[in-house]
Design a protein around this ligand. Structure first.
Ligand code: HEM
Length: 413
């Protein structure tokens, strides 16, 4: 009898929650799949399966709405004008963040354009890594060796990010420099298992924190291999040594880790942040670069047009900034559009005591708002034939007031 009472109590509570979420919740009028209106399992499942972008794009089209309810308390926004309303709303989280981080910064930014430009000189970290990248491409071409483009881009990216930010390259190129061109194809970048492990855990990222920690621990235990343990160890060692060697006396001109230490961050936390930035910067840049090169290989017209434009620019004035070559800019933008370092929903939470009005809906405090590059970058109304690589679209005269630019969120918002 007592057991039955407990079962009734549990079932009634679940029923009450479902009724509240479906019929009484402030998001009840927002269109979306019925199941998602009362359970987060829908979101967890599409996130786990890695189909969040495709499924939400389909549902936005099916329900014909720019604001889609994807969970009891979550919406997805697919229209950049609606997104603008969210981000520019006086109550939006971004405004609050700007206030919170508004303290004056005593140092010039690490990513100041002039600093980046000077690091591209041939004897500087970015220039040296690019030289090595091109050298390897030439060797593979001369030896007719087929190669792993993503791995090669990953070597370049990790050396650029670490050389530029931490003052010493990780050694993406150096670790295979002693091998022949053919042998280099047998070995992959030692940091790959570290990067892949982090990417793999992101499929659990929507789980509540407690469950995420347990799943994370379990997944580490189940998926650990000698290779991944070595990879994590090598990254740990690299970040710890880079932190140890940091010169805090010249923090304002120097490295990421010296700035953190100078700001009073502990060496352990600084080393952890170095690993985080290696992951964040190296993987995204590698994937974007590989995407651009992949599409140029596939698309002969684009490749020839780009080569001709660059040759013309070199003959004209070698000192011109490459960023000012219109077709090169268009190629990079089109690569960023299709590459999408993160195609899933980037989420923001509406702060307490606020309401955001978007697409005819009032979203209350606590609502999780997501917007995905997959939806915005593949909006057919903005980018005709959205899945095609067509750099020319960025050079056409259009009367839509920068709609394409507004739909681009390759770096988030
Ligand atoms: C083409 C290259 C890159 C792309 C496409 C890219 C894209 C992104 C995206 C989409 C996000 C999520 C933003 C959001 O939640 O709104 C992000 C976050 C981040 N990226 Fe990048 N990124 C690139 C390069 C880099 C580089 C070179 C670094 C550093 C060296 C970097 C460091 C970070 C960090 C630290 C975050 C987390 C920021 C936070 O959580 O507040 N990224 N990036």
């Amino acid at each position: 009898m007592a057991f039955e009472t407990v079962v009734y109590a549990v079932l009634s509570s679940i029923l009450v929650i479902i009724i509240h979420r479906v019929f009484l919740h402030p998001l009840r009028h927002v269109p979306g799949p019925f199941f998602a209106s009362f359970s987060s399992l829908f979101l967890y499942a599409i996130c786990y399966l890695g189909v969040e972008g495709r499924v939400t794009r389909y549902l936005h089209q099916r329900f014909r709405t720019p604001v889609l309810r994807v969970g009891p308390n979550s919406v997805c926004i697919s229209d950049s004008s609606a997104l603008r309303e969210v981000l520019l709303s006086p109550s939006s989280l971004l405004v609050i963040l700007n206030i919170a981080t508004g303290a004056p910064n005593p140092w010039p930014p690490l990513f100041a354009p002039a600093r980046i430009r000077s690091a591209c000189a041939l004897d500087q970290p970015i220039g040296q890594s690019i030289t090595e990248f091109v050298k390897r491409l030439r060797i593979y071409q001369a030896n007719k060796v087929s190669f792993d483009l993503v791995d090669l881009c990953a070597r370049l990216s990790i050396d650029v990010v670490t050389g530029y930010l931490l003052g010493e390259p990780y050694g993406g190129f150096a670790e295979s420099a002693h091998l022949s061109a053919e042998e280099q194809q047998e070995v992959k970048l030692s940091a790959n298992p570290f990067v892949f492990a982090i990417v793999a855990f992101s499929r659990f990222s929507l789980l509540p924190n407690f469950f995420f920690r347990q799943v994370y621990k379990l997944a580490i235990r189940l998926s650990s291999t000698d290779e991944s343990i070595q990879s994590f160890h090598k990254l740990d060692q690299f970040a710890t040594e880079a932190t140890f060697r940091a010169d805090v006396t010249s923090a304002q001109n120097s490295t990421y880790q010296s700035r953190l230490l100078e700001a009073g961050i502990s060496p352990q936390e600084t080393a952890a942040q170095c690993k985080a930035v290696i992951f964040a910067g190296a993987d995204s840049t590698a994937v974007m670069l590989a995407t651009v090169i992949f599409h140029l290989i596939q698309n002969e017209n684009a490749r020839h047009t780009l080569a001709a434009e660059v040759a013309k620019w070199r003959q004209g004035s070698p000192s011109t900034d490459p960023e000012s070559i219109p077709y090169l800019r268009a190629v990079v933008k089109e690569g960023l559009r299709l590459g999408m370092a993160n195609p899933t929903r980037l989420t923001r939470v509406i702060p307490a005591y606020s309401v955001v009005h978007v697409g005819g809906h009032s979203l209350p405090a606590g609502t999780v708002i997501g917007f995905a590059a997959y939806n915005l970058h593949h909006d057919e109304a903005v980018f005709p034939q959205p899945f095609e690589f067509r750099p020319e679209r960025w050079l056409e005269d259009r009367q839509d007031g920068g709609l394409m630019e507004r739909n681009m969120i390759p770096f988030g918002r």
